[in-house]
Ligand binder design. Structure first.
Ligand SMILES: C[S@@+](CC[C@H](N)C(=O)[O-])C[C@H]1O[C@@H](n2cnc3c(N)ncnc32)[C@H](O)[C@@H]1O
Length: 223
């Protein structure tokens, strides 16, 4: 059967996976390689990822997202808010088949691509939901809510914390300014009754720089 995602012409080939990718993805490595090809091909053609990202797809995108898995408990229900072309949600699902992953994305062009990717990679524990995060408040809850490059922290907290189940966490991938963002969001964290918040790093042994994230524990619900 023709794979619908691969019909477009590839502008460039993605590089081969670095050796560490084998340890991270294990038996799923061929699927991770296929995902990199889909990003470099249909993802670029459809404007979901910049053509200049192709040569650095592994280090800056797949590996950078994959190491976040170290912060997610076994068997967790995970939401990726603002998933875009599937980062980090698709990568987490590939590296951690124990996770049930929901990709939350409002733009149809992107959810179409995500649905095709999920089908092409046979990710039967991944669900694509076309919605803004706020539309799921009070309707869906997840043990871990992840995000990457979606919004400044105060807005992200308002969108994501209401989706975190009691005892769960939010993990927002951020850059070098994570500490500063966290300290500036103190008032929002208080207003939302957020649990403890901290900056955490993942993949120090294989990535330079490592992945930086802000971890926020679920809101403390007052009875
Ligand atoms: C810059 S892209 C990042 C995509 C992906 N996470 C990545 O790192 O490549 C931000 C994404 O957030 C989505 N988005 C914007 N507002 C949103 C909202 N209220 N709820 C969920 N997603 C939203 C956009 O449609 C877009 O796909």
């Amino acid at each position: 059967m023709t794979d619908p995602v691969s019909r477009e012409t590839a502008p460039t080939e993605p590089p081969r996976p670095p050796e560490v990718a084998r340890g991270i993805f294990g038996d799923s490595l061929p699927h991770a390689v296929r995902y990199a090809e889909l990003l470099a091909d249909a993802g670029v053609v459809r404007g979901l990822i910049g053509p200049r990202e192709t040569p650095r797809l592994w280090e800056r995108h797949l590996l950078n997202c994959a190491v976040l898995a170290d912060g997610i408990p076994d068997g967790a229900a995970v939401a990726d808010v603002g998933s875009g072309a599937g980062l980090p949600g698709v990568v987490l699902a590939l590296g951690r088949p124990d996770l049930a992953v929901t990709l939350v994305e409002p733009l149809q062009r992107r959810t179409e691509f995500l649905t095709e990717v999920v089908g092409a990679l046979g990710l039967d524990r991944v669900e694509v939901v076309r919605a803004r995060a706020e539309e799921l408040h009070g309707v869906r809850f997840f043990g871990t809510v992840v995000s990457r490059a979606v919004a400044p922290l105060p807005r992200l907290l308002r969108w994501c914390l209401p989706l975190v189940a009691p005892g769960g966490q939010m993990l927002a991938m951020k850059g070098a300014s994570a500490e500063e963002e966290l300290s500036k969001a103190a008032a929002t964290l208080r207003r939302l009754n957020a649990g403890p918040a901290e900056v955490v790093w993942f993949g120090q042994e294989i990535l330079d720089p490592p992945t930086t994230a802000i971890r926020v524990a679920a809101s403390v619900r007052r009875g």
